[in-house]
Design a protein around this ligand. Structure first.
Ligand SMILES: [Zn+2]
Length: 329
């Protein structure tokens, strides 16, 4: 309240504001931490993954107990954030954002925050935001480098302007091939949260409108004002191909040496599945949110909605075959 840019009125507006965060890994967890402590009144957090020990080097909301229990990140984040600020509404949702559920999961929020780790989901968010006229904040980091930019439909460039045009600005590598440092993640999350506070406290005139990129290893910082592309597929021609969903593959690669199987519209009884699998497989575990077992050299994690992540292969056929054998076709 003492900060002139915010003031008591700005703080009141933050308390009345809401936002939805897509993805709660490294950047997402850091953004959520900042916004919840700042007193943003309502935050919905979507994430499809669970906590693993290798996340702890950079994902500041999680600890060793979360990794031991293999808690879904949305569940672990909700618990931590409630302990940080009990006066606001926090809702963790374990879900994989896709064209079929994006309307239901993102509607009603005046701001969408990027905490994802992949461009398929970012383009989906961009198409939804541009079509609905809702601002969203792009943020990404890999290795020691990262960037952030606020997309305001009709006013600024959108993600498709940036990445589908000549001389596109983007990230080629992924964290799964070259890793990512904790400091760049937190720096990019701070850039994202700073702009979010302006949008949510209704002081939009203070938005800097720039794409800021930085590298904590080389010390190289850059700030540019991207131009809109008048022929842009999304904000120019209004062709929202990512929302149409026919491009959604049944099986996608997610992360290093793993395959995700999408199974929508089915609900698994995890305790019953645990009982059934335990008769043939030792060490089957479930925690009410997900069930996990090992068939060496693979490890399968199955969520309540039927979605599964198979580690130890990049071959969708192997994943499909093990899924059919143990979970059911
Ligand atoms: Zn555009």
């Amino acid at each position: 309240m003492l900060f002139a840019g915010m003031g008591p009125e700005g703080q009141q507006r933050l308390l009345a504001a809401s936002a939805v965060l897509v993805g709660c890994g490294a950047i997402g967890a850091a953004v959520a931490n900042l916004l919840v402590r700042a007193g943003v009144g309502r935050l919905r957090i979507l994430d499809r993954d669970f906590v693993e020990p290798s996340n702890l080097q950079r994902q500041i909301l999680f600890d060793e107990a979360d990794a031991r229990e293999a808690l879904p990140k949305a569940v672990a984040a909700e618990r931590k954030l409630r302990a940080l600020n009990s006066e606001i509404a926090i809702e963790g949702v374990v879900a994989d954002l896709n064209p079929g559920n994006i309307g239901e999961l993102l509607s009603g929020f005046p701001l969408i925050l990027d905490g994802t780790d992949n461009f398929e989901t970012r383009f989906l968010m961009n198409d939804f935001a541009v079509q609905s006229g809702i601002p969203w904040i792009y943020a990404a980091a890999v290795a020691s480098y990262g960037l952030s930019f606020v997309v305001r439909p009709g006013k600024t460039a959108c993600l498709a302007c940036l990445l589908e045009s000549e001389g596109a600005l983007g990230l080629e590598e992924t964290c799964d091939t070259v890793g990512v440092l904790g400091p760049i993640v937190n720096l990019v999350a701070s850039l994202e949260a700073g702009e979010a506070l302006k949008l949510l406290s209704a002081t939009e005139s203070n938005l800097h409108g720039r794409l800021i990129s930085c590298d904590v290893w080389s010390g190289h910082f850059q700030s540019v004002q991207p131009e809109r592309n008048p022929k842009c597929r999304a904000c120019g021609r209004r062709e929202f191909s990512y929302l149409e969903g026919q491009a959604e593959p049944h099986i996608t690669m997610c992360g290093r040496d793993s395959v995700q199987i999408h199974e929508r519209g089915r609900t698994l009884d995890l305790p019953a599945l645990e009982q059934r699998l335990s008769s043939t497989i030792p060490g089957v575990r479930q925690n009410g949110f997900l069930l996990r077992f090992r068939i060496a050299p693979y490890e399968m994690t199955v969520f309540c909605d039927g979605r599964a992540i198979l580690k130890g292969t990049k071959d969708p056929a192997v994943a499909r075959s093990l899924y059919a054998k143990y979970i059911g076709a």
